[in-house]
Design a binder for this molecule. Structure first.
Ligand SMILES: Cc1cc2nc3c(=O)[nH]c(=O)nc-3n(C[C@H](O)[C@H](O)[C@H](O)COP(=O)(O)O)c2cc1C
Length: 435
């Protein structure tokens, strides 16, 4: 389900027809921006317009897109590459899947503009290997665009050759981290590189400058260039203009993808669009940016949903995977669920992450099963302090932040498990707690 807020459709423009139908996309102004880029605009002009729009990457870090494009376009090395990151593997995030499936032409147009602007030698879309229908739609869109002379050899009879290749991803969470993704595209294990110095804009695919952008970031490019940077910045906040696609899941009546301007309150998403918590229950906690960022509690639902406001509140927006937890949920069990995810998904390259994620899961599991002690709780927090900020990517930091925020906000639940020697949310076995 998709709902666009009062400002009218911006990223998710409605069109009449199948998602892969190029005619339907052309009717709403599709490929106009691409046509203009190839025939009229120069590369610097395109980058400047993206800079003026204030667009920030939607893949998690919120890095200014125009600055990234500028770095690659003006790199002294002339062999460059472009990769669209459609790896998407984080629990609670499914907006890129929606975009690839329903807006393949818009994504393709964004990719063509990005690849052309930085003068890429070759261009790829790195797609989650489980996204079968999405891949088919994208493939159909590529074929239709090729038949129309919009990509391939001699684009729009300008002499430009530009193709986009689909690359089937490795299907792991870490493989979505940009340097791990580039490693895997070169046939190596999907393990992140050390940064600095190996940022993709300097040392990307085959060691050459590479532009990596998220699916949603790229889908924003055609409407920005078609309508102008000023139009884009009409909604959102000064430092986070535009809208964002929120993947809303967990304890809500209407989970789905919702497009909202940046800076709207979390409450609006959960109550107005998500229809509130089902079964007469209440919000207990929310992950506003997926399991790698601190949770917030029911008294924080007026928080504005944008990169800066959430950072200021001690959490983060990430890729806007909003997970709602209700008051019937055991927070130790919820923490365990995501701790297990991090343990499974650690690529094992960095020792603090390899061992840290195993030990975090073990200690949380011990407490959840009623076998934990106060010493285990102390060790758990100590371990979070040791591993946070280590590793070549942020996976282990996310795993530690999850546990720290759970203990900070729901310490009493951890202590109750220890005191009762069982999970209070599970029915007590016969005899336990009876004196
Ligand atoms: C563990 C991990 C997984 C990630 N997975 C994704 C992903 O699936 N898709 C994505 O676009 N970015 C992902 N990122 C962020 C990318 O490394 C990168 O910042 C992003 O693709 C850049 O695009 P943007 O500037 O358009 O946001 C991940 C980062 C980490 C640390």
């Amino acid at each position: 389900m998709t709902i666009v807020t009062g400002t009218g459709p911006r990223l998710l423009q409605a069109f009449d027809g199948h998602p892969w139908d190029i005619e339907a996309y052309l009717r709403v102004g599709g490929y106009e921006a691409w046509r203009k880029c190839v025939t009229e605009s120069n590369h610097e002009e395109i980058v400047n317009e993206i800079k003026r729009s204030g667009l920030r990457g939607r893949g998690g870090a919120g890095f200014p897109t125009g600055i990234k494009w500028d770095k690659v376009l003006n790199h002294r090395m002339k062999e460059r590459y472009f990769v669209c990151n459609a790896g998407e593997h984080e629990p609670g995030t499914f907006k890129d899947r929606y975009l690839v499936k329903h807006y393949p032409h818009q994504l393709l147009e964004g990719c063509l503009i990005a690849a052309h602007t930085i003068r890429a030698k070759a261009s790829f879309i790195y797609l989650n290997h489980e996204y079968k229908e999405e891949r088919e739609n994208l493939q159909k869109a590529i074929e239709q665009a090729r038949a129309r002379g919009l990509l391939g050899k001699n684009v729009l009879t300008t002499g430009l050759d530009l193709d986009i290749e689909l690359f089937s991803g490795q299907g792991s969470y870490v493989a979505g981290e940009e340097t791990a993704m580039l490693e895997s595209m070169q046939g190596r294990p999907a393990m992140p590189r050390q940064k600095p110095p190996f940022y993709p804009t300097d040392f990307g695919l085959y060691g050459k400058p590479t532009l990596v952008n998220n699916v949603e970031t790229l889908c924003n490019i055609p409407p920005i260039l078609r309508n102008g940077a000023g139009w884009f910045a009409q909604v959102g906040t000064d430092k986070c203009p535009g809208t964002m696609l929120f993947s809303l899941s967990g304890a809500v009546n209407r989970p789905g993808i919702y497009e909202m301007p940046m800076g709207m309150p979390l409450r609006r998403l959960i109550e107005d669009f998500g229809g509130g918590v089902p079964g007469g229950r209440h919000v207990k906690a929310v992950f506003p940016g997926g399991p790698s960022f601190s949770m917030v509690t029911a008294d924080q639902l007026d928080l504005p949903m944008d990169f800066d406001s959430l950072k200021k509140a001690g959490t983060g927006l990430g890729s806007a995977g909003v997970i709602v937890v209700d008051d019937a949920t055991c927070m130790v069990a919820k923490t365990l669920q995501f701790s297990s995810f991090f343990r499974v998904e650690s690529c094992g390259q960095c020792p603090p992450c390899r061992m840290g994620t195993i030990n975090l899961e073990t200690l949380v599991s011990k407490i959840e099963q009623g076998e934990g002690t106060q010493k285990d709780l102390d060790s758990l927090l100590q371990l979070c302090g040791f591993v946070k900020g280590t590793g070549y990517c942020t996976l282990v930091t996310g795993a530690a932040v999850l546990v720290q925020s759970a203990v900070r906000l729901f310490r009493h639940e951890f202590e109750e498990h220890i005191a009762l020697k069982r999970c209070p949310y599970q029915p007590a076995p016969a005899g336990v707690g009876v004196h």
